[in-house]
Design a protein. Sequence first.
Length: 110
Amino acid sequence: MVVLGALVKEDCSIEAKARVGTIVKVTPLVLSHDGLKQAKADIEHAKKMHFRHGKEYDPTSNFVIRPGCVFSVRWQHDPSAITVHIAYDDCQGQALINLGTNSVRVVSSG
């Protein structure tokens, strides 16, 4: 889960070069009642489409805006480097939208 002080690791093609950082700010994504209703409808539609094509639904491949949080990471290799990420509640701490870095995954709770 994305919480202040949690340790994150960068998803990197070369595992040994993956950076490690700490979550320094967390802001919840708050949706209005109508926005939440639309997000649920969009997710249900995506699940039905996957089922129709004989595929299993994977929330990490769905980019519908839904409940989650925006969080900032300060990297250990360079304390002045901060990147911004968005993780949705149904993705087990994996960020789907990343600004300034590769995808990150929460590896410990703060």
